[in-house]
Structure formats: C-alpha cells, structure tokens
Design a binder for this molecule. Structure first.
Ligand SMILES: [Ca+2]
Ligand SMILES: [Ca+2]
Length: 258
C-alpha cells in the first residue's frame, strides 16, 4: 500500500473502522484495521520483501549456490527464486535445463560435456560467465539459448548439432573465441561483440552461410575465418578487414556471394 493511502486511512483506523479487510490482496494475517500490507500476487510475501510481487511462484532474492552445479541439481535450483547465481562451475550432460530459468551468473566455467545427450539447452537468463564456455562434441545438441550472455572469458563451440547461434548480447570475450566444426550451423550472430581477448576463429562449419559480427573491432591474437564451404569469402574478408589482430587468415570460404 502506498504511503499516501496509508495516511488517508489512518483516521479511519483510529476510530475502529476497517476499510480493508484481511483478505485484501492476499493479506491473511490477523491484523485488523487499515492494513499496511501490499501483497499483489497473494503468495504471502509483501511487496517490500517479495522479489517479484506480480508472480506468486517466486519471492526469494538471490542466494548464490556455493560450489558447482550439475544435472542432478537443476530441477529445484530456481524454486521460489527470481534470480540466482552459482559461484562455481555449471556442467550439463543431458539434464532438463528448464529448471535453470532463473540462472543469471556462473562464477566459474560452463561446459556442455562431451557426448551430452541434451538436445536443447535453455540458458536464456544467463548474463555472465566468469570463466570459460565450452560446448564440445555434443552432436545431439541442436538448440542453445545464450541470447542474454554479455560476458565470458574463453568461448569455444565445436562439434555440435546446432543450426543457429545467437550471441547478440555478448560485448567481449576475455580470451579466445572459436566456432568450429559444427556441421549443421547455418547462422551465427554476435552483433554486439567488439573485442576478443585472444584468438578469433570461425572454421570448418560446412553450411554456415550467415555470419554476422557487425562491430567486431579487435582480437588480441590471430583472426581466422576459413574452410566454411557455404560462406562468401568476400564477406569473411570484410569482417577480418574491419578488425585489428596480430595476424589474419581468410581462405576457402566457398559459398556464393550476394
Ligand atoms: Ca507477494
Ligand atoms: Ca511473488
């Protein structure tokens, strides 16, 4: 309840009248008179302590999970939380990642391990990876939502079944950035990425025809776009020409050019 409304009701309460009863907006307390509670979603937690007073399924502010998180911890990880972080590593080997809908930050590494059975991975709320992101030898993986990722150290995505990759929130990688050997990957976008701390490499993605890196300006190491059979070589060259790097290599991108 707003302070203004509380003040307006104060004289009424003083005279023993009750304009707002204990069922108002989920107020089930025993207090009588003018209630000062405001629990819009009726989950029993007032707005001042409820992390989201429009969603009755959540009320807890972040309590970081200390340590590592793996598949057996996904199901209950977000129960009652609006947002939650992990201090250690996150490893995914095939578990249902829908339980990670509140995960915003991983302090350590994120890995989708070799031969993971996961076909779809939802990390849509994940904004920061303090360590490395490694997605490797997971041919079953056809979809991963990293659309909210803004920061990572080393990014490596290879030997997956991904068909598209949206990294459009990512502004920088602290170390290497590699997308390689993804035989089904048609489109990859990282249109906010300005700087790669180490080597930049996109190679051996046979059907990659749409590679977008609109603002990439620098790589701390080498820059390579090569052996992508469906990518226009001139487009690849333009990306590399627009950035500074220790060395550059653009070759064997044999796709048609518009
Ligand atoms: Ca509430
Ligand atoms: Ca709530």
């Amino acid at each position: 309840m707003t302070r203004t409304l509380s003040l307006l009701l104060l004289p009424v309460a003083l005279f023993g009248c009750e304009l707002i009863d204990d069922t108002y907006k989920g107020d089930t307390g025993s207090d009588t008179g003018a209630s000062t509670d405001s629990d819009a979603d009726g989950d029993g937690f007032d707005a001042d302590v409820d992390c989201d007073d429009s969603d009755a399924d959540v009320w807890l502010a972040d309590a970081p999970l200390s340590g590592n998180l793996a598949d057996d911890g996904f199901a209950d990880f977000c129960t009652s939380y609006c947002a939650r972080t992990v201090t250690g590593n996150l490893s995914i080997s095939g578990g249902d990642t829908s339980g990670l809908s509140c995960l915003t930050e991983v302090g350590g590494d994120v890995s989708i391990s070799r031969n993971s059975t996961a076909s779809s991975v939802d990390l849509s709320a994940l904004s920061v990876i303090g360590g490395d992101l490694t997605v490797y030898k997971s041919p079953n993986l056809t979809d991963i939502d990293l659309s909210g990722l803004t920061a990572v150290n080393w990014l490596s995505i290879g030997h997956t079944g991904l068909t598209s990759l949206n990294l459009n929130a990512l502004t920088a990688s602290g170390s290497h950035f590699t997308i390689a050997n993804n035989p089904s990957l048609v489109a990859a976008q990282a249109n906010a990425l300005t700087a790669v701390g180490g080597d930049f490499a996109v190679y051996d993605n046979a059907v990659l025809a749409d590679l977008q890196l609109d603002v990439l300006a620098s790589a701390g190491g080498a820059a390579q776009i090569a052996d992508n059979a469906s990518l226009c070589n001139d487009d690849a060259q333009a990306i590399v020409d627009g950035m500074s790097a220790e060395s550059t290599y653009v070759n064997n991108n044999d796709g048609a050019c518009d």
